[in-house]
Design a binder for this molecule. Sequence first.
Ligand code: ADP
Ligand code: MG
Ligand code: ZN
Length: 687
Amino acid sequence: MSANENHTKDNKPGMPPRHPRGNYQTWIIIATLGFILLLMYFGNSGELPAITRSEFETMIESRDVKRLVLIKNQDVVEITLTPDALNNAKYKERLEKSSRFGVNPAGPHFKMKVGSVDTFISDYRELNKKIPRNEQVDLQFEERSDYFSLFLNWGFLLLILIGFWMLMRRMTGGAGPGGQIFNIGKSRAALFDAENKVKVTFQDVAGLDEAKEEVQEIVEFLKNPSKFTRLGGKIPKGALLVGPPGTGKTLLAKAVAGEAGVPFFSLSGSDFVEMFVGVGAARVRDLFKQAKEKAPCIVFIDEIDAIGRSRGRGQIPGANDERENTLNSLLVEMDGFATDSGVIILAATNRPDVLDAALLRPGRFDRQISIDKPDIAGREAIFKVHLKPIKLDPGVDAKKLAAQTPGFAGADIANVCNEAALIAARRDKQAVDMQDFQDAIDRVIGGLEKKNKIISPEEKRIVAYHEAGHAVAGWFLEHADPLVKVSIVPRGVAALGYAQYLPKEQFLYQTEQLLDEMCMAFGGRAAEEIVFGKISTGALSDLERITKMAYSMVTIYGMNKEIGNLSFYDSKASEYAFQKPYSEATAEKIDREVKRIVDECYERTKKLLLQHRQHLEAVAQELLKKEILFQNDLERLIGKRPFDKPTTYQQFTNGSEQKPATPQNNSPEKNEPAPAEPNPGDISSKP
Ligand code: ADP
Ligand code: MG
Ligand code: ZN
């Protein structure tokens, strides 16, 4: 992995720094508790010492009471003593004991619970009959709100509200003390500009020359629009990076951010998605508002298929209106801003097939930049990038590694380099050598190499002949891909051995090529039958491939006599509603035709291997000895391939690298551990 990787992921410079969550929440809880305690402390007459009915009667009779307040809604009487009575030791002692802040001369001093207001009033009247009128104390009435019970009623509601509020905040991932529920409609884009720089440059992106050129052109558009509009051209609104996973789409976009010199908003399609309806659309609008303020700038939406999936396909009706709204508002915004507003949208996806057609219409993403898995030159360049930070043995050759990793994407190559370094470290080596890379490749191809997997000698023999069958069949089939290596080192769970080929960089296949490919796949099973007279389950994945190929030849490509030039492939077919577009009779014909093709292939393979029986034997025996054989080993064993068209690899290396498994020759170029920059001469010499 390159050291540049860790920059953008964890630490989005466009976002406010995240506060450690829970800090202020603790404070809220403490404050609430404190509030409750304060209320209990002050807000309630519970502090007053209570007296009994007879004490009260004595008080009244001895004229000690100055004021009487009946709090009707609490069924309590508050009693205020006369100043004389306050000095009376009888009360004084009791008051001082129960009062926290000293006795308040203004009162009230005591309280008394009453059974019911009405009975108390009549009882009091009764009591006053013994007292002369001018010495009687009038009963005053009051309604008093009790803060404590008030709090119990309302505070509960308040607590629920607070809890709900916190829950919302957590769900929206809001940070900072500002209450981000209000920011839910804000876009989550990270902004990279002069202050927040990405450290990835175009140097870190190997290969992808055409894609690089195209995105660079887009940057040019932004920096100098008049150069292009002068002649009447229009600046494109958007470009879509399309390619399989791990081919460097995100990396390329990061490099654009690093090199563009204009503000760069980056976010992922899933950032629009939220559980609340309308949020996605609001975020799209907010994103474009921000972008227009910063124009000229670039907006990058990674994994756009998260929102750009075609509407109303393969889903329960009405299930995802929200995503549709989001997509619609994206379309509207893309239409809405004028071409000279200086905002260009870059998006990436590895599922262009599921994207809504409206997104791909000219005027939206009017450029599609396709990023394919790297060819051999691309792989070499990528290897060079990822070998740079590794301490290498002089024997390590990026060309050779590239030749051994057909079909690898950039991410796989990065993985191989990392694995190799780890393996070398485990073996206590000073530098990473070719063997470590070899093992890393094996590991990446098929999971961990199982050295200790118990495999019986008999099984090993079967595997050796099986793989030798593939190798020999391919060797003598004109259209088969050239072999890179064949191995019987068990890997992973399923694969007991494998033969690795170097596919040509090609997009059209002719019937002969497909047939030869199928024959080569049959090589394993045919060899088993010839040598042992028995077949094994080891050919499962071969048979699967063959069957698939045969069916597509018949039903898709029209490569057969019986069915003719019909294709039952429906590129618009919905994912669920599959209907056979042909009759039962045709179905039978198809099955018969497929069986005929497959049977013929198998017979041809068997014949071929019988012809080369001694070659099969030689390769299998050598395999049992060495476990891994390379192309030059086979040349030594069974002679040069009769169809010596130069392979892509040989063309690429100008035939200089014919013997991959021999020890390094000492040409100075080979000993260079991965030059710092991909050599432009190497790349232009690719076929
Ligand atoms: P995706 O196309 O799925 O977005 P990424 O851009 O995330 O793939 O690539 C994953 C990793 O693979 C990158 O971080 C980088 O290390 C490596 N990689 C992929 N393509 C290239 C390339 N062309 N040059 C150098 N490294 C690459
Ligand atoms: Mg990506
Ligand atoms: Zn096989």
